[in-house]
Design a protein around this ligand. Structure first.
Ligand code: SF4
Ligand code: SF4
Length: 427
Protein backbone atom coordinates (compact mmCIF):
# COMPACT_ATOMS: atom_id res chain seq x y z
CA UNK A 1 0.00 0.00 0.00
CA UNK A 2 1.20 3.53 -0.85
CA UNK A 3 0.13 6.27 1.53
CA UNK A 4 -0.03 9.88 0.43
CA UNK A 5 -0.93 13.03 2.32
CA UNK A 6 -3.84 15.35 1.54
CA UNK A 7 -1.77 17.25 -1.10
CA UNK A 8 -4.29 20.06 -0.96
CA UNK A 9 -5.94 22.25 1.62
CA UNK A 10 -9.14 24.20 2.08
CA UNK A 11 -8.11 27.85 2.49
CA UNK A 12 -10.13 30.81 3.64
CA UNK A 13 -10.70 32.34 0.22
CA UNK A 14 -11.81 35.81 1.43
CA UNK A 15 -13.79 35.89 -1.81
CA UNK A 16 -16.79 37.69 -0.34
CA UNK A 17 -14.66 40.85 0.01
CA UNK A 18 -14.91 41.50 -3.74
CA UNK A 19 -17.16 38.87 -5.34
CA UNK A 20 -20.46 40.74 -5.48
CA UNK A 21 -19.10 44.28 -5.24
CA UNK A 22 -19.75 46.75 -8.08
CA UNK A 23 -17.01 46.57 -10.74
CA UNK A 24 -15.12 49.85 -11.28
CA UNK A 25 -13.35 51.07 -14.41
CA UNK A 26 -9.89 52.61 -14.21
CA UNK A 27 -9.53 56.02 -15.81
CA UNK A 28 -6.61 55.20 -18.11
CA UNK A 29 -3.73 57.64 -17.47
CA UNK A 30 -2.22 59.94 -20.12
CA UNK A 31 0.75 57.60 -20.53
CA UNK A 32 0.67 53.81 -20.73
CA UNK A 33 3.62 51.43 -20.75
CA UNK A 34 3.21 48.22 -22.75
CA UNK A 35 5.94 45.68 -22.05
CA UNK A 36 7.84 44.24 -24.98
CA UNK A 37 8.21 41.11 -22.94
CA UNK A 38 6.08 38.03 -22.69
CA UNK A 39 6.57 34.45 -21.50
CA UNK A 40 10.01 35.31 -20.07
CA UNK A 41 11.40 36.57 -23.41
CA UNK A 42 11.80 39.92 -25.16
CA UNK A 43 9.58 40.92 -28.07
CA UNK A 44 11.01 42.77 -31.09
CA UNK A 45 9.30 46.16 -31.63
CA UNK A 46 7.56 46.85 -34.95
CA UNK A 47 6.71 50.52 -34.25
CA UNK A 48 8.94 53.57 -34.00
CA UNK A 49 8.95 56.65 -31.81
CA UNK A 50 6.49 59.16 -33.30
CA UNK A 51 4.16 56.53 -34.83
CA UNK A 52 0.40 56.90 -34.34
CA UNK A 53 -1.24 53.77 -32.93
CA UNK A 54 -4.81 52.60 -32.38
CA UNK A 55 -6.35 50.27 -29.83
CA UNK A 56 -5.30 46.93 -31.36
CA UNK A 57 -2.19 48.08 -33.28
CA UNK A 58 0.57 45.49 -33.14
CA UNK A 59 3.58 46.92 -31.28
CA UNK A 60 5.97 44.00 -31.43
CA UNK A 61 6.33 40.25 -31.42
CA UNK A 62 8.20 37.61 -29.47
CA UNK A 63 9.59 34.96 -31.82
CA UNK A 64 11.26 32.34 -29.60
CA UNK A 65 10.49 29.76 -28.44
CA UNK A 66 6.89 30.57 -29.48
CA UNK A 67 5.33 33.48 -31.35
CA UNK A 68 3.43 35.98 -29.17
CA UNK A 69 2.53 39.44 -30.53
CA UNK A 70 2.04 42.50 -28.30
CA UNK A 71 -0.73 45.08 -28.97
CA UNK A 72 -1.59 48.65 -28.03
CA UNK A 73 -4.43 49.19 -25.55
CA UNK A 74 -4.97 52.88 -26.35
CA UNK A 75 -4.83 55.22 -29.33
CA UNK A 76 -2.11 57.85 -29.34
CA UNK A 77 1.56 58.42 -30.13
CA UNK A 78 4.59 56.27 -29.38
CA UNK A 79 6.81 58.51 -27.23
CA UNK A 80 9.65 56.14 -26.40
CA UNK A 81 10.80 52.55 -26.18
CA UNK A 82 12.60 52.32 -22.88
CA UNK A 83 13.19 50.27 -19.74
CA UNK A 84 10.42 50.38 -17.13
CA UNK A 85 9.65 48.28 -14.02
CA UNK A 86 7.89 44.99 -14.86
CA UNK A 87 5.88 42.47 -12.83
CA UNK A 88 8.60 39.90 -13.60
CA UNK A 89 10.75 42.08 -11.26
CA UNK A 90 13.54 42.96 -13.76
CA UNK A 91 13.05 46.21 -15.74
CA UNK A 92 12.36 45.42 -19.42
CA UNK A 93 11.73 47.43 -22.59
CA UNK A 94 8.26 48.98 -22.78
CA UNK A 95 6.53 50.91 -25.56
CA UNK A 96 5.59 54.22 -23.94
CA UNK A 97 2.40 55.61 -25.52
CA UNK A 98 0.92 59.06 -25.01
CA UNK A 99 -2.79 58.29 -24.72
CA UNK A 100 -4.93 60.69 -26.82
CA UNK A 101 -8.02 59.71 -24.79
CA UNK A 102 -10.02 58.81 -27.92
CA UNK A 103 -9.62 54.99 -27.71
CA UNK A 104 -10.00 54.67 -31.50
CA UNK A 105 -10.06 51.00 -32.31
CA UNK A 106 -8.62 49.34 -35.38
CA UNK A 107 -9.06 45.60 -35.05
CA UNK A 108 -5.82 44.09 -36.33
CA UNK A 109 -7.67 41.02 -37.63
CA UNK A 110 -10.89 40.45 -39.60
CA UNK A 111 -13.72 38.82 -37.63
CA UNK A 112 -14.28 35.09 -38.23
CA UNK A 113 -17.54 33.16 -38.05
CA UNK A 114 -18.31 30.46 -35.47
CA UNK A 115 -17.85 27.82 -38.18
CA UNK A 116 -14.36 28.95 -39.27
CA UNK A 117 -12.02 26.10 -40.14
CA UNK A 118 -9.60 24.56 -37.62
CA UNK A 119 -6.66 26.08 -39.49
CA UNK A 120 -8.22 29.56 -39.33
CA UNK A 121 -9.00 29.21 -35.60
CA UNK A 122 -5.50 28.03 -34.73
CA UNK A 123 -3.96 30.83 -36.77
CA UNK A 124 -6.27 33.30 -35.00
CA UNK A 125 -5.08 32.09 -31.59
CA UNK A 126 -1.50 32.73 -32.68
CA UNK A 127 -2.04 36.07 -34.47
CA UNK A 128 -4.15 37.52 -31.66
CA UNK A 129 -1.58 36.53 -29.03
CA UNK A 130 -4.04 34.47 -26.99
CA UNK A 131 -2.16 33.33 -23.93
CA UNK A 132 -3.15 31.52 -20.73
CA UNK A 133 -4.98 34.27 -18.85
CA UNK A 134 -4.90 32.43 -15.51
CA UNK A 135 -1.45 33.83 -14.82
CA UNK A 136 0.73 31.34 -16.73
CA UNK A 137 0.88 33.33 -19.96
CA UNK A 138 1.64 30.26 -22.12
CA UNK A 139 0.60 30.71 -25.80
CA UNK A 140 -2.68 28.86 -26.34
CA UNK A 141 -2.02 27.91 -29.97
CA UNK A 142 0.82 25.61 -28.87
CA UNK A 143 -1.53 23.58 -26.65
CA UNK A 144 -4.21 23.40 -29.33
CA UNK A 145 -1.73 22.11 -31.93
CA UNK A 146 -1.56 18.80 -30.02
CA UNK A 147 -3.16 15.69 -31.53
CA UNK A 148 -5.06 12.87 -29.78
CA UNK A 149 -6.90 15.10 -27.29
CA UNK A 150 -9.84 13.40 -25.56
CA UNK A 151 -10.67 15.91 -22.81
CA UNK A 152 -10.77 19.68 -22.82
CA UNK A 153 -10.76 21.03 -19.27
CA UNK A 154 -11.89 24.62 -18.81
CA UNK A 155 -10.56 25.97 -15.55
CA UNK A 156 -13.07 28.30 -13.88
CA UNK A 157 -11.89 27.23 -10.42
CA UNK A 158 -9.98 30.38 -9.39
CA UNK A 159 -8.55 28.70 -6.28
CA UNK A 160 -6.22 31.56 -5.24
CA UNK A 161 -7.51 33.34 -2.13
CA UNK A 162 -8.95 36.86 -2.63
CA UNK A 163 -9.22 36.62 -6.46
CA UNK A 164 -12.71 36.88 -7.98
CA UNK A 165 -11.90 38.39 -11.40
CA UNK A 166 -12.66 35.17 -13.31
CA UNK A 167 -15.96 34.79 -11.47
CA UNK A 168 -16.91 38.36 -12.39
CA UNK A 169 -15.90 37.78 -16.02
CA UNK A 170 -18.28 34.82 -16.14
CA UNK A 171 -21.03 36.96 -14.62
CA UNK A 172 -20.56 39.77 -17.14
CA UNK A 173 -19.52 37.97 -20.36
CA UNK A 174 -21.30 34.61 -20.26
CA UNK A 175 -22.17 34.71 -23.99
CA UNK A 176 -18.51 35.13 -24.97
CA UNK A 177 -17.56 32.38 -22.51
CA UNK A 178 -20.00 29.94 -24.13
CA UNK A 179 -18.76 30.94 -27.61
CA UNK A 180 -15.08 30.63 -26.56
CA UNK A 181 -15.55 27.20 -24.96
CA UNK A 182 -17.53 25.96 -27.99
CA UNK A 183 -14.75 27.12 -30.36
CA UNK A 184 -11.99 25.63 -28.22
CA UNK A 185 -13.90 22.36 -27.90
CA UNK A 186 -14.25 22.07 -31.68
CA UNK A 187 -10.62 23.04 -32.25
CA UNK A 188 -9.32 20.54 -29.68
CA UNK A 189 -11.29 17.60 -31.19
CA UNK A 190 -11.85 16.40 -27.61
CA UNK A 191 -14.66 13.96 -26.90
CA UNK A 192 -15.84 16.04 -23.97
CA UNK A 193 -15.25 19.50 -22.52
CA UNK A 194 -15.42 19.80 -18.71
CA UNK A 195 -16.15 23.28 -17.36
CA UNK A 196 -14.70 23.02 -13.84
CA UNK A 197 -16.06 25.25 -11.11
CA UNK A 198 -15.88 24.99 -7.33
CA UNK A 199 -18.80 23.16 -5.75
CA UNK A 200 -19.06 26.07 -3.29
CA UNK A 201 -20.59 28.19 -6.10
CA UNK A 202 -24.05 26.58 -6.57
CA UNK A 203 -25.51 29.74 -8.14
CA UNK A 204 -22.76 29.84 -10.82
CA UNK A 205 -23.07 26.09 -11.42
CA UNK A 206 -26.75 26.68 -12.18
CA UNK A 207 -25.99 29.57 -14.56
CA UNK A 208 -23.32 27.56 -16.39
CA UNK A 209 -25.56 24.50 -16.64
CA UNK A 210 -28.27 26.66 -18.20
CA UNK A 211 -25.82 28.44 -20.53
CA UNK A 212 -24.39 25.16 -21.88
CA UNK A 213 -27.70 23.27 -21.96
CA UNK A 214 -27.77 23.29 -25.78
CA UNK A 215 -24.06 22.77 -26.39
CA UNK A 216 -23.41 19.09 -27.03
CA UNK A 217 -20.31 17.61 -25.43
CA UNK A 218 -19.81 20.31 -22.78
CA UNK A 219 -20.36 19.29 -19.14
CA UNK A 220 -20.30 21.44 -16.04
CA UNK A 221 -18.04 19.68 -13.53
CA UNK A 222 -18.13 20.87 -9.88
CA UNK A 223 -14.83 20.29 -8.04
CA UNK A 224 -13.89 20.49 -4.32
CA UNK A 225 -13.12 23.89 -2.81
CA UNK A 226 -9.46 23.18 -2.02
CA UNK A 227 -6.12 24.70 -2.96
CA UNK A 228 -4.46 24.30 -5.50
CA UNK A 229 -7.45 22.78 -7.35
CA UNK A 230 -6.88 25.27 -10.19
CA UNK A 231 -3.43 23.91 -11.03
CA UNK A 232 -3.68 21.77 -14.16
CA UNK A 233 -2.04 18.67 -12.64
CA UNK A 234 -4.51 18.67 -9.72
CA UNK A 235 -7.46 19.39 -12.01
CA UNK A 236 -6.57 16.52 -14.36
CA UNK A 237 -6.12 14.24 -11.33
CA UNK A 238 -9.60 15.27 -10.14
CA UNK A 239 -11.38 14.97 -13.50
CA UNK A 240 -9.56 12.07 -15.16
CA UNK A 241 -7.81 10.28 -12.25
CA UNK A 242 -4.55 10.13 -14.19
CA UNK A 243 -1.04 11.57 -13.82
CA UNK A 244 1.22 12.88 -16.57
CA UNK A 245 4.92 13.44 -16.73
CA UNK A 246 5.54 16.79 -18.42
CA UNK A 247 2.50 17.90 -20.43
CA UNK A 248 -1.28 17.32 -20.10
CA UNK A 249 -1.40 16.27 -23.78
CA UNK A 250 0.41 13.04 -22.75
CA UNK A 251 -2.87 11.93 -21.17
CA UNK A 252 -5.07 13.44 -23.89
CA UNK A 253 -5.91 16.67 -22.02
CA UNK A 254 -5.80 20.38 -22.70
CA UNK A 255 -6.45 22.73 -19.77
CA UNK A 256 -7.43 26.34 -20.53
CA UNK A 257 -8.48 29.09 -18.17
CA UNK A 258 -12.07 30.36 -18.42
CA UNK A 259 -10.91 33.89 -19.24
CA UNK A 260 -8.69 32.55 -22.02
CA UNK A 261 -11.88 31.18 -23.63
CA UNK A 262 -13.48 34.64 -23.33
CA UNK A 263 -10.40 36.29 -24.89
CA UNK A 264 -10.46 33.75 -27.73
CA UNK A 265 -14.12 34.48 -28.49
CA UNK A 266 -13.28 38.19 -28.68
CA UNK A 267 -10.38 37.49 -31.04
CA UNK A 268 -12.51 35.28 -33.31
CA UNK A 269 -15.77 37.24 -33.38
CA UNK A 270 -14.35 40.80 -33.27
CA UNK A 271 -10.73 40.38 -34.38
CA UNK A 272 -9.49 42.02 -31.17
CA UNK A 273 -6.57 40.92 -28.97
CA UNK A 274 -6.42 41.31 -25.18
CA UNK A 275 -6.28 45.06 -24.51
CA UNK A 276 -7.97 45.21 -21.11
CA UNK A 277 -8.37 43.01 -18.06
CA UNK A 278 -10.70 42.41 -15.14
CA UNK A 279 -8.48 42.63 -12.04
CA UNK A 280 -9.30 41.89 -8.41
CA UNK A 281 -7.79 44.42 -6.01
CA UNK A 282 -8.20 42.88 -2.58
CA UNK A 283 -6.52 41.95 0.69
CA UNK A 284 -6.58 43.21 4.28
CA UNK A 285 -4.61 46.35 3.38
CA UNK A 286 -7.15 47.98 1.02
CA UNK A 287 -10.27 49.64 2.41
CA UNK A 288 -12.69 48.79 -0.43
CA UNK A 289 -11.73 45.53 -2.19
CA UNK A 290 -13.39 45.13 -5.59
CA UNK A 291 -12.84 44.19 -9.21
CA UNK A 292 -11.72 46.82 -11.68
CA UNK A 293 -11.37 46.89 -15.45
CA UNK A 294 -8.02 48.31 -16.55
CA UNK A 295 -6.26 48.63 -19.88
CA UNK A 296 -3.02 46.75 -20.43
CA UNK A 297 -0.14 49.13 -19.72
CA UNK A 298 -1.85 50.95 -16.84
CA UNK A 299 0.45 51.34 -13.80
CA UNK A 300 -0.66 49.38 -10.71
CA UNK A 301 -0.84 52.68 -8.78
CA UNK A 302 -3.75 53.85 -10.95
CA UNK A 303 -5.49 50.49 -10.59
CA UNK A 304 -5.15 50.54 -6.78
CA UNK A 305 -6.24 54.19 -6.52
CA UNK A 306 -9.41 53.36 -8.49
CA UNK A 307 -10.25 50.48 -6.15
CA UNK A 308 -9.78 52.37 -2.87
CA UNK A 309 -7.20 53.42 -0.29
CA UNK A 310 -4.30 51.49 1.11
CA UNK A 311 -4.45 50.90 4.88
CA UNK A 312 -1.20 51.49 6.80
CA UNK A 313 2.33 52.54 5.87
CA UNK A 314 3.79 49.11 5.34
CA UNK A 315 2.06 46.88 2.79
CA UNK A 316 2.96 43.73 0.91
CA UNK A 317 1.81 43.87 -2.71
CA UNK A 318 1.48 40.79 -4.92
CA UNK A 319 0.78 40.65 -8.64
CA UNK A 320 -1.83 37.87 -8.48
CA UNK A 321 -3.01 36.11 -5.34
CA UNK A 322 -1.10 35.70 -2.07
CA UNK A 323 -0.14 32.05 -2.68
CA UNK A 324 1.24 32.02 -6.23
CA UNK A 325 1.45 35.74 -6.92
CA UNK A 326 4.73 37.56 -7.19
CA UNK A 327 5.67 40.14 -4.55
CA UNK A 328 6.21 43.56 -6.11
CA UNK A 329 8.45 46.37 -4.91
CA UNK A 330 7.06 49.16 -7.11
CA UNK A 331 3.53 50.33 -7.86
CA UNK A 332 4.81 51.59 -11.23
CA UNK A 333 4.72 48.08 -12.72
CA UNK A 334 1.93 47.85 -15.28
CA UNK A 335 -1.02 45.62 -16.13
CA UNK A 336 -0.06 42.85 -18.58
CA UNK A 337 -2.43 40.41 -20.39
CA UNK A 338 -1.84 37.82 -17.61
CA UNK A 339 -2.72 40.18 -14.73
CA UNK A 340 -5.76 38.94 -12.82
CA UNK A 341 -5.23 40.41 -9.36
CA UNK A 342 -3.36 42.75 -7.08
CA UNK A 343 -3.33 41.56 -3.48
CA UNK A 344 -2.45 44.04 -0.75
CA UNK A 345 -1.69 42.57 2.65
CA UNK A 346 -0.57 43.86 6.01
CA UNK A 347 2.89 42.41 6.68
CA UNK A 348 3.00 39.45 9.06
CA UNK A 349 5.92 39.42 11.43
CA UNK A 350 5.93 35.68 12.14
CA UNK A 351 8.76 34.38 14.29
CA UNK A 352 10.41 31.42 12.60
CA UNK A 353 11.47 28.53 14.82
CA UNK A 354 13.45 25.36 14.09
CA UNK A 355 12.02 22.69 11.79
CA UNK A 356 10.02 20.11 13.75
CA UNK A 357 10.48 17.43 11.07
CA UNK A 358 6.70 17.04 11.15
CA UNK A 359 6.52 16.28 7.41
CA UNK A 360 3.46 18.46 6.82
CA UNK A 361 5.16 20.28 3.94
CA UNK A 362 5.79 16.94 2.16
CA UNK A 363 2.29 15.64 2.91
CA UNK A 364 0.67 18.69 1.33
CA UNK A 365 2.93 19.22 -1.68
CA UNK A 366 0.74 18.76 -4.79
CA UNK A 367 3.87 18.03 -6.84
CA UNK A 368 4.78 15.12 -4.56
CA UNK A 369 8.05 16.77 -3.47
CA UNK A 370 9.79 16.70 -0.11
CA UNK A 371 10.31 20.40 0.57
CA UNK A 372 12.01 19.83 3.93
CA UNK A 373 14.62 17.55 2.35
CA UNK A 374 15.17 19.96 -0.55
CA UNK A 375 15.86 22.77 1.88
CA UNK A 376 18.19 20.62 3.98
CA UNK A 377 20.18 19.64 0.86
CA UNK A 378 20.28 23.27 -0.31
CA UNK A 379 21.57 24.52 3.02
CA UNK A 380 24.23 21.77 3.10
CA UNK A 381 25.16 22.62 -0.51
CA UNK A 382 24.65 18.93 -1.30
CA UNK A 383 24.03 19.44 -5.01
CA UNK A 384 23.81 15.73 -5.93
CA UNK A 385 20.99 15.11 -3.42
CA UNK A 386 19.33 18.35 -4.49
CA UNK A 387 19.26 17.24 -8.13
CA UNK A 388 17.71 13.89 -7.13
CA UNK A 389 14.94 15.66 -5.17
CA UNK A 390 13.80 17.47 -8.38
CA UNK A 391 12.97 20.95 -7.05
CA UNK A 392 12.21 22.07 -10.64
CA UNK A 393 8.88 20.23 -10.34
CA UNK A 394 7.80 22.79 -7.71
CA UNK A 395 4.96 25.01 -9.01
CA UNK A 396 5.54 27.56 -6.23
CA UNK A 397 2.02 27.10 -4.89
CA UNK A 398 3.09 28.28 -1.43
CA UNK A 399 1.32 25.44 0.38
CA UNK A 400 4.48 24.21 2.16
CA UNK A 401 4.96 27.64 3.75
CA UNK A 402 1.25 27.88 4.57
CA UNK A 403 1.10 24.57 6.46
CA UNK A 404 4.48 24.86 8.22
CA UNK A 405 3.90 25.08 12.01
CA UNK A 406 7.42 26.49 12.50
CA UNK A 407 6.60 29.50 10.27
CA UNK A 408 9.50 28.67 7.97
CA UNK A 409 9.43 30.31 4.53
CA UNK A 410 9.74 26.88 2.92
CA UNK A 411 8.66 27.99 -0.57
CA UNK A 412 11.39 30.67 -0.63
CA UNK A 413 13.94 27.95 0.10
CA UNK A 414 12.60 25.85 -2.78
CA UNK A 415 12.81 28.85 -5.11
CA UNK A 416 16.46 29.27 -4.13
CA UNK A 417 17.03 25.54 -4.78
CA UNK A 418 15.47 25.93 -8.24
CA UNK A 419 17.87 28.77 -9.03
CA UNK A 420 20.82 26.55 -8.02
CA UNK A 421 19.58 23.71 -10.24
CA UNK A 422 18.95 26.11 -13.15
CA UNK A 423 22.47 27.56 -12.87
CA UNK A 424 23.89 24.05 -12.70
CA UNK A 425 21.97 23.18 -15.91
CA UNK A 426 23.54 26.15 -17.70
CA UNK A 427 27.11 25.06 -16.89
S1 SF4 B 1 5.61 25.49 -3.18
FE1 SF4 B 1 6.55 23.82 -4.34
S2 SF4 B 1 7.46 22.48 -2.81
FE2 SF4 B 1 6.01 23.83 -1.74
S3 SF4 B 1 4.10 22.67 -1.67
FE3 SF4 B 1 4.00 23.94 -3.51
S4 SF4 B 1 4.83 22.67 -5.17
FE4 SF4 B 1 5.42 21.70 -3.23
S1 SF4 C 1 6.28 21.68 7.65
FE1 SF4 C 1 7.86 23.03 8.47
S2 SF4 C 1 8.38 22.11 10.43
FE2 SF4 C 1 7.27 20.54 9.29
S3 SF4 C 1 8.90 19.36 8.22
FE3 SF4 C 1 8.23 20.96 6.82
S4 SF4 C 1 9.67 22.65 7.18
FE4 SF4 C 1 9.81 21.29 8.94
Amino acid sequence: MFFVGPMRQHLDGHKSLSEHVQVKTVDTPSTVYIPLFTGGKDAIPCVNVGDHVYVGTKLGQKEVPFIVPVFSSVSGTVKAIEKHPHVGLKPVDHVVIENDGKYEEKAPLAPLSMDASDEALLERMKEAGIIGCGGAGFPAYVKYSAKGITDLIINAVECEPYLTADYNMLETTMDDFVAGVSLMYRLSHAQVAHVCIKESHPEMIEKLTKAFANVNGVEVHPVPDVYPMGWERVLIREVKHVEYNKLPAEVGCIVSNATTAIAFANAVLRGMPITQKMITVSGDAIDTPCNVIARVGTPFKDVIDTAGHIIGDEVMMCAGGPMMGRTQVSDQVCVVPETNGITLLKPRHDVEVACLRCGRCSDHCPSGLQPVRINTARKANDIDTLMKLEPMRCIECGLCTYVCPSKIAVTEGIRAAKRIVMLRGKK
